[in-house]
Write a protein that binds this ligand. Structure first.
Ligand code: S5P
Length: 475
């Protein structure tokens, strides 16, 4: 059965319904999926198992064991396991109250990679719970496949926890097929599309082969499109120096900062500072830093993460001992305080042609900058694009080519620190998540030869950028 017929069959058996439904999250939805009914239709089960295998194959995921999220995906995973002769494990919903308290049943080796199978993902929490149970017994989870991603933030949340979600279908495709076959009216299509617009955070990733690719513009073209002088300059530097590397120089003395900035300067487009961790901050230090920025042609970004009301941040930005607005081309702010924070910063930095990034997502595990918060942050940026030039985020948040995305939590191999930081690779960040700039701190300044390692990050970042432009994915 091809995907079109599978969608039609799912509609026939009432696994896809249109009307007014209240979802678990409290959101009212004009469309509802109840895939539990599939077990009664062998032809559908068969097609779903094949479709999910196809999705896994096209996404290039690697695994040696399968696990279905209980309950609906359990029989699907079973069928896939039997058809493809891959072992599976079962996750219990509740631990047994007698005997062994095992949550995962089956025979497996610690360190084996397990692919999670799910029917529908909304927030991603069921996949996350399953991944946690699997991790507790030593199984590794990198990817999950789902028949349908409702695109309400689940993929983002999972990605933040290090799990890539690949879906076989998305809602627009289902609408298209059902409408083309006269199963739903124009009205229904309109109401579901309006719902998608309002509630969907990111459209799900389809297997690369099926999806028409968005054309990515190069740095030069984006420099030309930008109105803000700092954004224009930054894309210009990225093009001229062929680098998308920002160095986060989180060391605690001025001399260390200056020495590192001079060594690493040739390989970066942005130097990111936290001047409040310096033991010996002074205005002469700032003068030397500005000289280095000039010498090596990079921008200075003070990572101040303003988070207060407009009136307070105005003073924090212009005054005190750091006078950030005097010397930092770029600074950043949390959107939690509302748009007044941008007005406050803009009142100080606007006339000086300074720029701001909003923190739309964070790299640390368990952070709250997800879903609706991220969406509202993007809106705030769009409404203040004369001062906000982009985002700190772990993925691209908008296709608007004049906004720049900078991603922290980057190392040459994935991992974590012991305080919640989570690392992704340059290829994952630039090619797969379509961010623009990698921010690297410890990966460079803790290396024995920071300049050489910075060069390696520059090379990895640009390789990933060229892959993005050429439409390749890194998977
Ligand atoms: O979500 C975030 C946002 C930022 S700006 N996660 C982050 O790690 N950062 C900053 O990026 C953080 O303050 C630090 O300066 C840098 C990452 O440093 P690394 O040593 O972990 O590479």
């Amino acid at each position: 059965m091809d995907s079109e017929n599978l969608i039609l069959r799912l509609f026939d058996v009432n696994a896809v319904k249109f009307g007014t439904f209240t979802l678990k999250s409290g959101i009212e939805s004009p469309v509802y999926f109840d895939l539990r009914v599939m077990v009664s239709y062998p032809d559908i089960m068969d097609a779903v198992a094949d479709t999910l295998f196809d999705t896994a194959k096209k996404s290039g995921v690697e695994y040696s064991v399968l696990c279905g999220v209980p309950y609906t995906a359990l029989p699907i995973a079973t069928l896939m396991a039997v058809k493809q002769k891959v072992p599976m494990v079962i996750r219990r919903k509740e631990a047994k109250s007698y005997g062994t308290k095992k949550m995962i049943e089956g025979a497996f080796q610690e360190g084996e990679v397990c692919l999670i199978v799910e029917d529908v993902v909304t927030t991603g929490s069921s996949v996350m719970e399953t991944a946690q149970s699997l991790a507790e017994v030593g199984l590794k989870v990198k990817d999950a496949i789902v028949l349908l991603d409702r695109a309400q933030g689940g993929a983002d949340r999972l990605r933040d926890s290090g799990i890539n979600l690949y879906s076989a279908f998305d809602l627009p495709r289902i609408l298209e097929v059902l409408h083309a076959h006269g199963k739903i009216t124009d009205e229904v299509v309109k109401s579901v599309k309006a719902f998608i617009q309002e509630n969907m955070v990111n459209l799900p990733q389809e297997p690369a082969a099926k999806k028409p690719r968005r054309e990515y513009l190069g740095y030069q073209a984006r420099a030309e499109l930008c109105q803000h002088p700092v954004a224009k300059q930054l894309f210009g530097i990225m093009e001229d120096k062929q680098t998308n590397l920002a160095f986060s120089v989180d060391v605690t003395t001025s001399s260390q900062v200056l020495e590192l900035a001079d060594q690493v300067g040739p390989y970066i487009c942005v130097l990111k500072t936290h001047v409040d961790i310096l033991e010996d901050f002074s205005s002469t230090f700032i003068q030397s830093l500005q000289d280095l920025a000039e010498k090596h042609n990079f921008l200075i970004f003070e990572d101040r993460k303003f988070a207060d009301i407009g009136n307070t941040v105005q003073h924090q930005y212009s005054s005190g001992m750091y006078k950030i607005s005097e010397w930092s081309h770029i600074t950043n702010a949390h959107s939690v305080a509302g748009p007044g924070i941008i007005s406050g910063l803009k009142a100080v930095g606007g006339a000086k042609n300074r720029a701001c990034l909003l923190i739309g997502q964070m790299s640390s595990s368990g952070n709250l900058a997800t879903g609706e918060y991220t969406k509202a942050t993007v809106k705030m940026a769009e409404e203040n694009s004369d001062f906000v030039i982009g985002f700190i985020s772990t993925s691209s948040l908008t296709p608007d080519p004049t906004f720049i995305h900078m991603t922290p939590g980057v190392k040459l191999s994935e991992g974590k620190d012991n305080l919640g930081q989570q690392y992704l690779t340059p290829a994952e960040v630039i090619t797969n998540r379509k961010s623009d700039i990698i921010i690297v701190g410890r990966g460079i300044y803790q290396a024995s030869n920071p300049a050489e390692v910075a060069r390696q990050y520059q090379e990895a970042g640009m390789k990933a950028y060229h892959q993005l432009l050429e439409g390749e994915t890194d998977r």
